[in-house]
Design a protein around this ligand. Structure first.
Ligand code: HEC
Ligand code: HEC
Ligand code: HEC
Ligand code: HEC
Length: 383
């Protein structure tokens, strides 16, 4: 009798532990697609509240007058923000400090005795970051709309954004019979704790390999889809879904993942997002190779790079779509060109209905009008 009640207690305790790992009800479902297609989002109110608190926008600072002498006339070494008035320039420096280096202050980027000096790597990186932010806000409206981004979108008061990635060394952690934890199958937060390959970023957010599961031919052909690309694709999709805090059906109708006409408009936003991230990584970060000190480099010596989570941080729109850019002419202007070390990645438009994108794209410097999968069109200038 004693043993039986002991077993019961143990079972109840074990059951309680298992259930404690589950999310308690209630769960809210929101229908987003046509009736009967099962395109529903499952939200857990407590988790959502935590995300909303985490993604509160920064305080808005009053914008300075555009009148008066220009920063380019007054200061000695202003290469990007020369068109701002001195008031606007000073205001932006103060905000940049609170967004990126609140603990260190101006001296995180400046030599205190000479603000024109470029010898700190952080200042050189910050100048490139200003150009990158301008590029996103003026050249990628097709993804960021008018809300755009500021340094805060990614940095949130940290020197280094919380979500960055490095390429995984192919032979990293070859651990004998315990398995290889390099780019091989192992649970990883990068892919939503699924046991999928750990680096879907190098092929898809740096290189432009095909994000594809379903082949276009009945028989396997050279260069077609493979099991490797299937795993990589699902890995990237897990990253995208967790970065935005959504389910797969936010973008797809799960009866036909590949079909554009059955997908939601958000899938086209994501399609542009992928192309944007590739461009930012190649043109603005990888070309900073040699500027970052060794302690900032990854295991294969590569520079830190960004992905969807760098901006989104768990929200379907970064900072839940707050109007953060208002009053920052220095971050919206036409970007000053960057000398790119890498060839820019061409942008190709998706072909509605086929689920495939053409290989290659328009050459550098052309403005392409891209038909989006939903029938509207948008233009992007390739660089
Ligand atoms: C995150 C890096 C960063 C921080 C922090 C920062 N700055 Fe700057 N600052 C820059 C960059 C980059 C430039 C050059 C901008 C350009 O080339 O258009 C610059 C340029 C300047 C200049 C012009 C110097 C000249 O003669 O060329 C002044 C003045 C200045 N900053 C003041 C400040 C002050 C004051 C603070 C603190 C409130 C500050 N900065 C904080 C990155 C930073
Ligand atoms: C789209 C995301 C994004 C935006 C927007 C962005 N940054 Fe960054 N920033 C990054 C990434 C990624 C890195 C590389 C992280 C690292 O240094 O390890 C970085 C690095 C930096 C560094 C180097 C920090 C260090 O300690 O190594 C500075 C300084 C910086 N950013 C300043 C800025 C400023 C100023 C702005 C706004 C004008 C800005 N960033 C906007 C993503 C962003
Ligand atoms: C934020 C939108 C978004 C979310 C969320 C999302 N996807 Fe995708 N998915 C896309 C886009 C965009 C593409 C096409 C990428 C391209 O062609 O560059 C795609 C492609 C795919 C493909 C390849 C289809 C083919 O043509 O072979 C599969 C399979 C897929 N997604 C499955 C999933 C799964 C499973 C999830 C959830 C874990 C998911 N997706 C979450 C946007 C999304
Ligand atoms: C540079 C910052 C940045 C990066 C990186 C980024 N996004 Fe976004 N994204 C935004 C902003 C800002 C918006 C809000 C646009 C708006 O206000 O409608 C947005 C909106 C979206 C939306 C539309 C949401 C909706 O409900 O309308 C989707 C989907 C999306 N992003 C997917 C992605 C994916 C997938 C990636 C990675 C491949 C990505 N984003 C990378 C800044 C970014």
């Amino acid at each position: 009798m004693k043993t039986r009640s002991f077993r019961l207690v143990v079972t109840a305790l074990a059951g309680g532990l298992v259930l404690a790992a589950c999310e308690p009800p209630p769960v809210v479902t929101v229908q987003r697609g046509f009736r009967g297609t099962g395109m529903q989002q499952v939200y857990h109110p407590a988790n959502l509240r935590a995300e909303v608190d985490k993604n509160a926008p920064p305080p808005v600072t009053p914008s300075a007058s555009p009148d008066g002498p220009k920063a380019g006339q007054i200061y000695q070494n202003v290469k990007v923000l020369g068109d701002l008035s001195v008031g606007q320039f000073a205001g932006l420096m103060v905000d940049i400090t609170s967004w990126v280096a609140p603990a260190q202050g101006c001296s995180y980027c400046h030599v205190a005795t000479n603000f024109a000096d470029d010898s700190l790597y952080t200042k050189q990186v910050a100048r490139r970051m200003i150009q990158m932010t301008q590029r996103v806000n003026s050249g990628w409206k097709v993804h960021v709309q008018n809300n755009g981004v500021t340094c805060y979108t990614c940095h949130r008061g940290n020197n280094v954004p919380t979500n960055i990635w490095y390429s995984v060394s192919p032979d990293a952690g070859a651990k004998g019979s315990l398995g290889n934890h390099g780019d091989k199958i192992a649970p990883s937060t990068k892919v939503g704790m699924s046991s999928l390959t750990n680096d879907p970023f190098t092929p898809y957010l740096q290189r432009s390999e095909e994000i594809r599961v379903i082949g276009n031919s009945p028989l396997p052909v050279a260069g077609g889809t493979s099991i490797k690309h299937t795993e990589l694709t699902y890995g990237l999709m897990m990253h995208m879904a967790t970065s935005l805090g959504v389910n797969c059906t936010y973008c797809h109708n799960s009866r036909a993942f590949a079909e554009w006409p059955q997908s939601s408009p958000q899938r086209s936003s994501a399609w542009y997002g992928i192309r944007m991230v590739r461009e930012l990584n190649n043109d603005y970060l990888i070309s900073l190779n040699g500027v970052f000190p060794d302690r900032r480099l990854g295991p294969t010596g590569d520079v830190p790079k960004l992905n969807c989570a760098t901006c989104h941080q768990g929200a379907y729109k970064p900072l839940y779509g707050a109007d953060i850019l208002h009053g920052y002419p220095g971050l919206t202007g036409k970007p000053t060109p960057v000398q790119s070390a890498e060839a820019p990645v061409p942008v190709a438009a998706p072909v509605p209905g086929t689920g495939t994108t053409p290989v290659g794209g328009p050459s550098v410097g052309t403005t392409v009008s891209m038909a989006t999968p939903t029938g509207t069109s948008a233009s992007v200038t390739t660089r």
